[in-house]
Design a protein around this ligand. Sequence first.
Ligand code: UP6
Length: 267
Amino acid sequence: SQLKTYAERAALHKNPSAKRLFELMERKQSNLSASVDVTTKAELLRITEAIGPYIVVLKTHIDILSDFDADTAVQLTRLADKHDFLIFEDRKFADIGNTVKLQYSSGVHKIASWAHITNAHIVPGEGIVKGLAEVGVPLQRCLLLLAEMSSKGSLATGEYTLEALRIARRNKDFCVGFIGQRRLEGLIPNETGEEEDFIYMTPGVQLGSKGDGLGQQYRTPREVVLECGCDVIIVGRGIYGSGDLVENAKVYQKAGWDAYLERVGRK
Ligand code: UP6
């Protein structure tokens, strides 16, 4: 599926959330997700308003806001509608099914009520997906599993990574893909016998930097999309870290899209 266009994948996909994302990518000619890791509501909304036209997914860490309130979610939703993007709360759930159900639906943040996409570690086993699905499926939300991480010394490798693929294959109604560094489905045979087309979203992307001194490791959009077959590039400090926000967003949108066009042979 990495050689198919996003439009072709949208047409074939059975999961409505995945279909919607592929259609959105084609419509906006973008495979860029911005990770806006700032600590105030005003900053988050200001940056999102500025870069909204260039992204397909806004990735949030809602728990780093010092002044989160219910209106924050209302405003994010308004911006998502205005600029046509999806919201991905990078919550990285990691507890037993019953606990993550509560963390996802309740608390101050009520993540499931506004985030189209969230993600989970598979450390606890498949119950985490079952628990999140009980909340997310009725709301037409979707989930990404952390199959690999971008950081140095990550323990999500080898058999662990393959297990993420196996769990995703068994939960395709809710789990539409992965946070990872490369496509995985070729690594082990698909014993479900069903068609599959997982979305790969990849953090650890920046032009002109190799890392951040705290273990983060960066690759370029070209390496990630063209060489490793990933679908969505996730860029944080490369966009809001320095320089002009809008110019940076345009640069990453173009770099990601060009790499995609080259991958599918349209360029
Ligand atoms: N993130 C990673 N690596 C992973 C998973 N998630 O960096 O394997 C997240 C971080 C951060 C963003 O939590 O929000 O992606 C990367 O930001 P950066 O581009 O500023 O490094």
